[in-house]
Design a protein around this ligand. Structure first.
Ligand SMILES: *Cc1c(COP(=O)(O)O)cnc(C)c1O
Length: 354
């Protein structure tokens, strides 16, 4: 497949940045001056364009509206102490994006378009990367099917886009989590490992049911026995049991392979903990809790990094945690932040300088 590094760039004549306060800007509501658009047609990727951020116009027959071939990624860029803009592990997101594309029968996006597009776009909008503590630039690459025809078949046309959103500190309030035994997120052979839009649409109703019961999110369980834990909402789940960290393994394809998950595993090992990626049952969790061995539970993801869980509700039983006494989760968060903001040496080569 022919890929090109040439981007057609049209700059906005009027930057909106002067009218915007970046400090403490809420997540996901404000977008930068430019966006990247690349079309796939006639079996190949066309020259990507960087354009002023603007509305798209489509006919109602647009395939994605009907059959849901839609995938996305979530990445963050940080303003380092030395003033440079650094993206956290974007190559991992690029690879995951293409794994999602394959599962959704969509064309893979060439590295030149995804990675160099990211670089060119962020370089153009680099003044939008907030230079305040715990702030970042959220990067949202996504792809939709764009045939103008109704009919269940893979599209022949696709559109890949990247948009950017400056974001303030994300305070991960300790969460109350409900062990979900009725609704499921993912099954072996399904699309749980893909960042496909439908996964999130399907999760909204169970999440709202949990909200009505007073919980912030659900802990998804396996679809057959409702016995093995999977993920916590849209975050990977970690359980500190004794001096070990346990997180569900990826083999079955029901868990989204989080970049944060992978980074946290590395950091936990560096802190001297044993990390086990394996099946974990809710009974084992209950037993560990009753024996006083279940020390901490937290979710991991790009948005929050680490989200502590202060209560896990299973049937009529509530497992409660004194989050203020935790040692592991805060230390992981501290180490991850230090790497991201360039306060310590990037020994893992996780940062990608724009
Ligand atoms: C995106 C996502 C995660 C976290 O992935 P990161 O790469 O760490 O941001 C975990 N679970 C689900 C279901 C997700 O969509």
């Amino acid at each position: 497949m022919e890929a090109t590094k040439d981007f057609k760039i049209t700059r906005t004549p009027n930057s909106r940045l002067k009218d915007i306060t970046l400090q403490n800007i809420p997540f996901g509501k404000c977008f930068t001056d430019h966006m990247l658009v690349a079309d796939y047609s006639n079996g190949q990727w066309q020259t990507p364009e960087i354009l002023p951020y603007q509305a798209l116009s489509f006919e109602p027959s647009l395939a994605v509206f009907h059959y849901g071939q839609a995938i996305f990624e979530g990445i963050k860029a940080y303003k380092a102490k030395n003033g440079s803009v650094q993206i956290f592990r974007p190559v991992d997101n690029f690879q995951r994006f293409n794994a999602s594309a394959i599962r959704m029968q969509m064309p893979e996006v060439p590295e030149e378009i995804f990675m160099e597009g990211l670089r060119a776009l962020i370089d153009l909008d680099k003044d939008w990367v907030p230079d305040f503590e715990n702030h970042s630039l959220y990067i949202r690459p996504f792809m939709i099917s764009s045939d103008l025809a109704i009919g269940v078949r893979p599209s022949e046309n696709y559109t890949f886009l990247i948009i950017l959103s400056p974001t303030g500190p994300y305070y991960a309030k300790p969460m109350r989590i409900y062990v979900e035994e009725k609704y499921v997120r993912a099954v072996p052979g399904g699309i749980g490992f893909a960042k496909a839009a439908g996964n999130y649409g399907a999760a909204l109703y169970p999440s709202m049911e949990a909200h009505k019961k007073g919980y912030d999110q659900v802990l998804w369980m396996d679809a057959f026995e409702h016995k093995y834990v999977q993920e916590c909402g849209t975050m990977n789940a970690f359980f500190i049991i004794g001096d070990k960290a346990v997180t569900p393994g990826l083999e079955e394809g029901t868990i989204l392979a989080g970049v944060t998950r992978d980074s946290v595993i590395t950091v936990l090992k560096e802190m001297g903990l044993t990390v086990e990626e394996r099946p974990l049952t809710i009974e084992e969790i209950m037993e560990a809790y009753r024996a006083g061995q279940l020390k901490e539970i937290f979710g991991t993801g790009t948005a929050a990094t680490i989200a502590p869980i202060k209560e896990l509700g299973y049937k009529d039983f509530a497992m409660l945690f004194d989050v203020d006494k935790w040692t592991v989760a805060p230390e992981v968060k501290k180490r991850m932040d230090a790497i991201r903001y360039g306060d310590v040496e990037d020994r893992h080569n996780w940062l990608w300088t724009v």
